[in-house]
Design a protein around this ligand. Structure first.
Ligand code: SF4
Ligand code: SF4
Length: 89
């Protein structure tokens, strides 16, 4: 039988860090995030994480599209540990 592994955001906060120094404001990440976690700051002309709790655990879509690799994520081993513990319960 298929097992579902749902991890609450409070248990494992997962959201990207956008390096504001590097960001060129191209909005590519913003366009590809389907969950509304990101926002474009018109004044600064940069994207920032406005609603981190909307971010989906394990998702890395925005980072994959950033042409200058300005987006990073938490330590993946922490995410994998949490995921494996849930699967074994
Ligand atoms: S990791 Fe996924 S859900 Fe989170 S901000 Fe990036 S595209 Fe959106
Ligand atoms: S894709 Fe990268 S450079 Fe473009 S707005 Fe997002 S973080 Fe900035």
């Amino acid at each position: 039988m298929e097992k579902r592994c749902e991890i609450s955001w409070t248990e494992l906060p997962w959201y990207p860090h956008i390096d504001a120094e590097k960001c060129r404001g191209c909005k590519t990440c913003f366009k590809f995030c389907k969950y509304g976690a990101l926002a474009f700051n018109i004044t600064a002309r940069k994207v920032r994480v406005k609603y981190p709790s909307r971010c989906q655990a394990g998702c890395r879509i925005c980072a994959g599209f950033c042409p200058i690799r300005a987006i990073a994520f938490p330590d993946e081993s922490e995410f994998v540990d949490c995921f494996m513990k849930r699967l074994s319960n």
